[in-house]
Ligand binder design. Structure first.
Ligand code: GLU
Length: 473
């Protein structure tokens, strides 16, 4: 019987959840579901220095808000808990002792000053900085004495010399790394808390994780972790190191300095969670067909390790906008209502009933809405020249506006009545609508004007025309 597939996402609560992590989470989820397995969420918080208070809960909420769920995790528990590393501290001791007893790890009592000096000397000699094994050959008596004296210590892994560690990455194929440049990694820090490298291996093993998806920045750490699996005689999970997401500028990976990168910021910006997930699906994987739109269910069915990309994708925001638009248009007006309410909180329900069917056809992301319909809530200042943008003579513009104002005395059947008004006056249609558009909205580019007028209302529409007439005097 083959073991059930178990994947995990292991966020560190060090700040905002990065969009790249969300992609990893999506692939973890899809693979586990597709294989009828489980998807585990574990909080990796052993690096207390980088801890950002409250971020674990925010990360969980971010993942939930994208519609991804886990089968085991800190909030719901599960058979392999606890799912927060600092709640597992007693578990690691046993395994550390085993490594010490077997000679795969050793106590290191070196002071920070000594280590700093050593590093400087190595750097000056153009050598790769790594621990010089000063404490590797301490006698059992010396170790005991130091421990009895209460000397501060860390435990280091004894990396074998000149050994090639190989693993078969599910995306990149065979990877070989020689141990000769590898540092004797600290496994347990002086405060008794394990390092990531040690805790991750123990936890992935104890939680029966079979497949590890993570970013390619972890590739160089993998041999250290494989060594630990070997020391313990544990079976090594399948590793799949995903590509980094590249900034659209073509200059390196996506980073905060070049725009928003947190998973949350895309929701705040008015992207639909399912559209963003769809975009992430294609950012590192392809179905082998031209299909572009995938529900989460479709993706779970079609996801395959074979179609994961080796080449880093560009985070193309235009493509994201395009996909978001498709998802917006697939929604019913009722489904869109909560989003419109959130992003247009000044709008009344009656206004939204008018606006949603008109705007959904052209909305790229919800955060644009406020600007799109600013004219409903604010009077914008504009130049008289804008009213005459299409070369309309001021006299004609005044005539157009005055007659439209009179027409607005009755606010029914506006579309037909305006069409008739233009025809009977022989006005140029383009000119007329530019004059009216600018008068009402203060800008030259707007959503379909006449369709939006009921949301503006008769009184405001007339007032705006008066302002424009005032400008043209
Ligand atoms: N805690 C690590 C991170 O936040 C997880 C790395 C891994 O998946 O092994 O990236």
């Amino acid at each position: 019987m083959t073991e059930p597939v178990r994947t995990r996402i292991a966020p560190s609560p060090t700040g905002e959840y990065h969009i790249g992590h969300l992609r990893t989470c999506l692939y973890d989820y899809a693979f586990a579901k597709q294989q009828g397995g489980q998807f585990v969420l574990r909080i990796e918080n052993t690096d207390q220095k980088r801890y950002s208070p409250g971020s674990e809960n925010r990360i969980l909420q971010d993942i939930r808000d994208y519609g991804l769920t886990w089968d085991e995790g800190p909030d719901i528990g599960g058979p392999f808990g606890p799912y927060i590393q600092t709640e597992r501290l007693n578990l690691y001791q046993k395994y550390l002792k085993q490594l010490l007893d077997d000679g795969h790890a050793y106590y290191c009592f070196c002071s920070q000053e000594r280590l700093d000096k050593m590093r400087e000397t190595q750097k000056a000699a153009k050598k790769i900085p790594k621990y010089d094994r000063h404490c590797l050959h301490l006698s059992p008596e010396e170790i005991k004495k130091n421990l009895d004296d209460g000397q501060s210590f860390v435990v280091r892994m004894r990396v074998p010399d000149n050994q090639v560690i190989s693993f078969n990455d599910a995306i990149r194929g065979k990877i070989n790394i020689n141990t000769k440049d590898m540092d004797d990694q600290v496994l347990m820090k002086s405060d008794g808390i394990p390092t990531y490298h040690f805790a991750v291996v123990v936890d992935d093993h104890l939680m029966n994780i079979t497949h590890i998806f993570r970013g390619e920045e972890w590739i160089t750490s993998t041999p250290k972790q494989i060594l630990l699996y070997q020391f313990f005689g544990w079976s090594v999970p399948v590793f799949a190191h995903l590509t980094v997401l590249l900034d659209p500028s073509g200059k390196g990976k996506m980073s905060k300095r070049k725009g928003s990168v947190s998973a949350r910021s895309f929701l705040d910006d008015g992207y639909l969670p399912e559209a963003l997930l769809n975009f992430l699906m294609l950012l590192g994987w392809n179905p082998g067909t031209n299909q572009e739109i995938f529900s989460l269910e479709d993706f779970v069915k079609q996801f395959s390790l074979e179609h994961l990309h080796k080449k880093s994708p560009i985070f193309d925001r235009k493509k994201l906008d395009y996909i978001n638009g498709i998802y917006i248009r697939q929604k019913t007006d009722g489904e869109l209502l909560p989003y419109f309410k959130k992003f247009l909180h000044a709008a009344t329900d009656d206004q939204l009933a008018v606006l949603i069917p008109v705007l959904k056809e052209r909305t790229v992301k919800f955060s644009d809405l406020k600007e799109t319909v600013r004219f409903l809530f604010d009077d914008v200042v504009y130049d008289k020249e804008l009213l005459l943008k299409k070369g309309t003579a001021p006299k004609v513009a005044v005539d157009m506006l005055a007659k439209t104002k009179a027409l607005f005395a009755d606010f029914s059947d506006l579309q037909n009545r305006i069409t008739n008004l233009i025809a009977s006056n022989n006005w140029n249609v383009g000119e007329y609508f530019m004059v009216l558009r600018v008068a009402i909205c203060g800008v030259a580019f707007t959503p379909p004007l006449v369709e939006c007028l009921p949301a503006l209302g008769q009184t405001s529409a007339i007032r705006k025309i008066d302002i424009a007439l005032g400008l043209l005097k």
